[in-house]
Design a protein around this ligand. Structure first.
Ligand SMILES: [Zn+2]
Ligand SMILES: [Zn+2]
Ligand SMILES: [Zn+2]
Ligand SMILES: [Zn+2]
Ligand SMILES: [Zn+2]
Ligand SMILES: [Zn+2]
Length: 361
């Protein structure tokens, strides 16, 4: 009996010793894995459970869960559900763009061309919509219509135009453009009075204005390639005074008579363009009267363009200012942008102060 007990005790000790010798720690939770218990062995490391094994997998930076499939984006790691959630969505139908090609227009994302096209205006002429529409002063044109000629009067594109004194004029301008001297004069006087009352820009009293066609404009400007829609024209008659001593001429003196000032504006301009041109030409007159020595073309045209932009805003024709904003001509566009910078928020008063300081008069 005593020896039996001894055997049992010895056997138990042996089993305990065997288990102690064999047992191994889980790599993650450090628990001992007992003999006969299933475990995982990956790359000569031991894990007690699937849970512990998963902890060796990379971690999603958003949900902090471990995953065997991790996506990297901009230095961050994502599991699949999190990368789908983080991917940009179509701004229209809210579908994820994960793993799909998509369109990006002005920092907005669209899943397809179809979604994008819902956001844009149709071609003003043929009512079609397509990628790569062109825009002129917020009016949209498809790739086909943009190639149609531009009206020389309103600068817009149209599918019905006529040739007139070397100009392409759209039917709208032919119908509604200003054609009579009477109509033109009324608007001209309105603009002239607005300059005086609103901007304190006083121009020559009784300064004549005449509407002319392109042929006459070219003749007055003495420039056959002129595309000007308006002209401020100053002419001086030069007389010669002959100084005699007896019958002998000893000297001829040039005498300049008083300047004759005129404004010419092209026929068939739409009213909004006519107003703009009138304000521009009247500003030339104000500059000539107040700063007769100022001849820098860029400054003169810039001042005229700038004042006319303020007049456009007054009439709610802000759209026309986009044309000046984008005008690549260094004299007109460049001058406009240069003068605009002198306006620190005080409008025409700032421009007048700058003129005083710079041209010291
Ligand atoms: Zn474990
Ligand atoms: Zn996640
Ligand atoms: Zn969409
Ligand atoms: Zn079109
Ligand atoms: Zn037109
Ligand atoms: Zn000018």
């Amino acid at each position: 009996m005593r020896s039996n007990l001894k055997i049992i005790v010895l056997s138990l000790l042996f089993i305990a010793f065997y288990q102690f010798l064999w047992s191994v720690d889980c790599e993650i939770c450090k628990n001992k894995i007992k003999a006969g218990v299933s475990f995982y062995r990956v790359k000569s490391k031991t894990y007690c459970s699937k849970k512990c094994l998963r902890k060796t997998l990379p971690k999603c930076s958003v949900c902090k869960k471990h995953s065997d499939k991790i996506y990297r984006k901009e230095g961050k790691e994502y599991c699949k559900p999190c990368i789908i959630a983080a991917a940009p969505k179509c701004s229209i139908c809210k579908v994820t763009t994960f793993g799909k090609s998509f369109l990006k227009k002005e920092n907005t994302i669209y899943c397809t061309e179809k979604c994008y096209l819902t956001t844009i205006a149709e071609c003003v002429l043929c009512k079609k919509k397509e990628l790569g529409m062109s825009k002129i002063e917020n009016t949209h044109y498809c790739s086909k219509c943009i190639k149609l000629p531009q009206c020389n009067s309103c600068s817009l594109i149209s599918n019905e135009q006529m040739q007139l004194d070397g100009r392409q004029i759209c039917t709208s301008c032919l119908t509604y453009g200003i054609q009579s001297q009477n109509d033109a004069y009324k608007i001209y006087i309105e603009v002239k009075e607005l300059l005086k009352s609103k901007f304190n820009i006083e121009t020559t009293v009784g300064l004549p204005m005449k509407i002319v066609d392109m042929d006459e404009m070219k003749r007055i400007k003495e420039d056959n390639n002129s595309q000007e829609r308006g002209l401020y024209h100053v002419s001086r008659l030069i007389r010669h005074k002959v100084i005699k001593q007896g019958d002998v001429i000893i000297k001829r003196e040039k005498i300049e008579t008083k300047a004759t000032r005129n404004i010419y504006i092209l026929t068939y301009l739409p009213k909004r363009d006519f107003i703009k041109v009138a304000a521009h030409e009247l500003m030339h007159d104000w500059v000539a009267l107040n700063y007769p020595k100022l001849k820098e073309e860029k400054i003169c045209e810039g001042l005229s363009e700038y004042l006319s932009s303020l007049v456009n805003i007054h009439y709610g024709n802000d759209k026309l200012n986009l044309r000046m904003e984008k005008n690549k001509n260094p004299i007109y566009g460049g001058g406009y942008r240069f003068i605009k910078l002198k306006d620190k928020g005080g409008g025409i008063v700032d421009i007048k102060n700058w003129l005083q300081k710079t041209y010291n008069q």
